[in-house]
Structure formats: structure tokens, C-alpha cells
Design a protein around this ligand. Structure first.
Ligand SMILES: C[S@@+](CC[C@H](N)C(=O)[O-])C[C@H]1O[C@@H](n2cnc3c(N)ncnc32)[C@H](O)[C@@H]1O
Ligand SMILES: [Zn+2]
Length: 376
């Protein structure tokens, strides 16, 4: 049978993938997160939601939203006419409840977002699943959520975000990224810092609900807020790393020079400007966990537990293998044991969903070093 006639299923959605059109099975986790987050948002708002998928591809994500979450209206857009044709055919394969209003649109993201604003329409949930950097769409996409609505966006330009390609990071985000052990968290924070700046120009700002690092892509959900006075300047700053004692710290954006607070070395490098504030909204994570438990989704539950655990930890993280190399440890301590040891010593410490062998802490690096030696 021709591949484009093979019917696939993900969640409750059935679909076919026509030749030459994009469908990424690896993005399932991001779609699962989207479905559960949408259910959490509907629980929070105590009503069914109005949703728009600005880059719907062949429609899998939007169809799943319509089937698996309390949606009242959903708009599925793609700029490629062949994709919209595929969306229409895929919609026909699914029994979308008759009380869900479904619309398909074939329009460029910018034109659609400005048209929506001119019509004075707003959506509770805006999905922006771009290839590469999403920064070019932020200005337009921020016109579409209602005040307090949610934007759920993707970035796949990981080389730029994680410090392998410096120039595109400056071009897209006006920021310096670094290939440090916590490079992917720096990437997430650079995205959030640049998004805030783009929103701040127009008297808006965003509050993060969660960040999901999938390695090859970053998925971030943020809630739109209105008003310049609430703009979180205190959470825009730098992540600094001492190249002498390896301690990581954050600094406010106005501070651009300084010595290491731990060992007084002048050999300090900076990443940013970036978002130094919280990456997770614990109440939202809790609502998502309730939904994930109902769905029996163990992989998502495990990630949500890690996210909840790291929600109160400082920005940046360390990796146990790096620690092992620097401290010449004969064997690597288990991450959990190290976290417990640091907690016993009175420091904040947690694992992190960014890295299996990573841990977050406010302990200075020499303290971490000693804690690891105690585990030998
Ligand atoms: C990553 S895919 C979307 C995948 C889909 N959200 C999913 O989860 O299966 C990105 C889609 O954006 C569309 N696209 C790219 N640039 C666009 C633009 N400027 N306006 C509208 N659609 C665009 C492409 O045609 C492609 O189908
Ligand atoms: Zn130092």
C-alpha cells in the first residue's frame, strides 16, 4: 500500500501523512503535553476553550486537541495549501464532536494574526509550532491570545540556543548563548528573555507555565499578561559561570561586570541577557499532573514530577559527569544521593528535567565538590 494511504493513530486522532508533507512522530510528547496542558487550562478557566493552531501541518495536533480536550472552537491554519488539503481529509477520518466548531485556514502566520486582531478576535490558546527560531512570529502571535490567554510555542534552533552557533543567537535573540553544561537551560531562558522583550515593547509580558526540553526542540507555554508596570525586569539578567571554581550564579541585567562571588576570580563568563525567573507555574503543573494521572500517562507524570521538583531551584545546573572529571572522582555519585547530601547541608538542591545526570543547587561549587567526595 502507498505510504500516503496508511492510516496512523496518535492519541485519539487518526490521520494519513501525504507524501512531501511534514509529520514528525518524535513530536508526540510535545503534542501529549499540549493536550494535557489544554485540559489543565480548561479546568482552570472552568469552561471550554477557543484554540488556534497557527502552523498545523497535517493537523494531528489540532485534531487531537478537538478530540481529547474541552475545546469549543478550533482554527487549524497552515500556509501550505497541500497541508490544508491534508488537514481537511484528516478531519474527515475523525468523529469530531458536533458541538466543536472547526475551521481550516490557509494563510501566512503574520497575515492571519493581524487579520484576527483587526477583527478583534481573541483565543484562549495559541499554538505556534515553527521550524527553527520562533522569534520572527512572536510579534504577530502575541496579538492573538486574549489577555491571560496562553501561547505554546516551539523552537528547534538548538545549535543557536545552546551556544554552538553564536551569531544566530545574537541575530534572533540579541543574546549570548554558551555551550556550558547547562546550555539547554540557557537556551530556554534566552528564548523567554527575548520573548519578554518583544512583548514589553507593547506593554505586555508573559508568565511561564512550563518549559519542556526535548533535546532537539524546546516547547514553552506562557501566559500573556497586560500592563507595563508588571513587566518583570527583576527577572531579566545574566547567568554567570566562574571559569576558575565553576560556580554558576545569576545577576540582574544592570550588572555587567563582576568577580566570582565564591572565589573572587575575575575569570567569569556570561550568558544572556536571559530570563532568570521561574520556568514553571507549580499550580499549572499540578493541574496537568491530575490530567496526566487520569490519562495514565506515566512518561508525562515522571517529567511533571521532575519539573515540580526543580520549580523552586535556582537557574542553571551542574552535571555529575563534569563534576567527576573536574574533581577527579574515582566513581560518579548517584544524582539523588548528591541532591540529598546537599539538602542535608541546608542548600536548595533538586534534579532537573533538562538533563538526566544534572542537578540544580544554590551551593557554591567547592561545597558541591566536597559533597561528592563524601559519596566516594
Ligand atoms: C513543524 S510543522 C507543524 C507540525 C504540526 N504542528 C504538528 O504537531 O504535527 C510547521 C508547519 O508550518 C507551516 N508554515 C511554515 N511557515 C509558515 C508561515 N509563515 N505561515 C503559515 N504556515 C507556515 C509549514 O507548512 C508546516 O506545515
Ligand atoms: Zn569562582
Amino acid at each position: 500500500m502507498n505510504a500516503e494511504h496508511v492510516q496512523l493513530q496518535e492519541g485519539q486522532a487518526r490521520f494519513v501523512v501525504p507524501q512531501d508533507l511534514f509529520f514528525n512522530p518524535r513530536a508526540r510528547l510535545a503534542r501529549d503535553f499540549g493536550v494535557l496542558a489544554l485540559r489543565a487550562e480548561a479546568d482552570l478557566q472552568e469552561r471550554r476553550l477557543h484554540v488556534i493552531d497557527l502552523m498545523a501541518g497535517i493537523g494531528t495536533r489540532g485534531i487531537r486537541y478537538a478530540l481529547e480536550a474541552p475545546v469549543e472552537r478550533i482554527v487549524l491554519n497552515d500556509g501550505n495549501p497541500a497541508a490544508v488539503e491534508a488537514i481537511r481529509r484528516n478531519l474527515e477520518l475523525n468523529a469530531i464532536p458536533s458541538d466543536v466548531q472547526v475551521e481550516t485556514v490557509c494563510e501566512q502566520v503574520h497575515r492571519l494574526c493581524y487579520a484576527i486582531r483587526l477583527r478583534d478576535e481573541r483565543f484562549d490558546w495559541v499554538d505556534l509550532d515553527a521550524f527553527g527560531s520562533p522569534s520572527v512570529y512572536w510579534h504577530a502571535a502575541s496579538l492573538v491570545p486574549r489577555w491571560d490567554g496562553v501561547l505554546y510555542f516551539t523552537a528547534t534552533d538548538m545549535a543557536a540556543l545552546c551556544g554552538k552557533l553564536r551569531d544566530p543567537a545574537v541575530r534572533h535573540y540579541g543574546a549570548v548563548t554558551r555551550p556550558w553544561e547547562c546550555s539547554d537551560e540557557i537556551g530556554a531562558r534566552v528564548l523567554l528573555g527575548a520573548l519578554q522583550q518583544s512583548a514589553g515593547e507593547r506593554g505586555l509580558y508573559y508568565e511561564p507555565l512550563f518549559v519542556l526540553d526535548e533535546g532537539y526542540a524546546m516547547r514553552i507555554a506562557v501566559r500573556l499578561r497586560y500592563g507595563s508596570s508588571g513587566f518583570p525586569v527583576q527577572h531579566i539578567g545574566w547567568l554567570a559561570k566562574c571559569m576558575s571554581c565553576f560556580s554558576q550564579t545569576t545577576l540582574p541585567v544592570h550588572v555587567t561586570v563582576g568577580r566570582c562571588r565564591v572565589c573572587d576570580s575575575e575569570d567569569v563568563q556570561w550568558a544572556g541577557p536571559l530570563w532568570t525567573g521561574p520556568l514553571y507555574d507549580p499550580e499549572f503543573l499540578h493541574l496537568m499532573s491530575v490530567e496526566a494521572r487520569k490519562a495514565g500517562h506515566q512518561a508525562v507524570l515522571r517529567l511533571l514530577r521532575l519539573m515540580t521538583d526543580e520549580a523552586d531551584s535556582p537557574a542553571g545546573y551542574y552535571s555529575v559527569p563534569e563534576l567527576g572529571k573536574r574533581a577527579r572522582l574515582s566513581h560518579l555519585p548517584p544524582v539523588d544521593a548528591l541532591v540529598q547530601q546537599l539538602r542535608r547541608e541546608g542548600y536548595i538542591a533538586s534534579r532537573t528535567h533538562f538533563e538526566t545526570a544534572g542537578f540544580k543547587t544554590n551551593a557554591p561549587y567547592p561545597v558541591i565538590h566536597r559533597a561528592a567526595e563524601r559519596q566516594q
